[in-house]
Design a protein around this ligand. Sequence first.
Ligand code: 4NP
Length: 143
Amino acid sequence: MVCLGNICRSPLAEGVMRKLLEEQGLYWEVASAGTGSWHVGKAPDARSVAVAKRFGYDISKQRAQHFRMSFFETYDRIFVMDQHNYQDIVSLTQDNASRDKVSHFLPDLEDVQDPYYEDRLFEPVFLGIEARCKSLLSELNNL
Ligand code: 4NP
C-alpha cells in the first residue's frame, strides 16, 4: 500500500488489510510505504491513528518507510492511493513484470483523497479505505 508520506492513507490501508487477513486466517504479507521519505520512522499521523482506533483497528505501532526498489521483488501486488503515486512508482520500474504489479487501490483509477491538510477528511477517507480493503481482499482471494 503506497501513498506520498506513508503517515495518513497507506498506513490505514495496511492496518485494515492486516486485520481482515487475520480474521480470514490468510497469511499474506502486507506493508505500506511512501514515495517520499520525509516521515521515515514516524508513527502514522495522530488523526489516522484516532480514526482507525474508533473503528476497531490499531495502527499505532506501524512505522513509515520509504518505497524501495526491492519491493518490486518482495511483493506480488503494489496498490497506490492516487495518480501521483502511480506515476512516481511506475517511473521507478525497469521491466514489465514490475510495472504490471502496480495498480490503483480504488477501482476506475480513482484517487484516495489526501486528508493531510483537512481534518474532516480523515473519517470519509478511512471509510473508503476500509470498504475497498474488504472488496479488494475478496477479489484477490478469488483469483
Ligand atoms: P499521506 O499524506 O500521503 O496519505 O501519508 C501526506 C502526509 C504528509 C504529507 C503529505 C501527504 N506531507 O506533505 O508531509
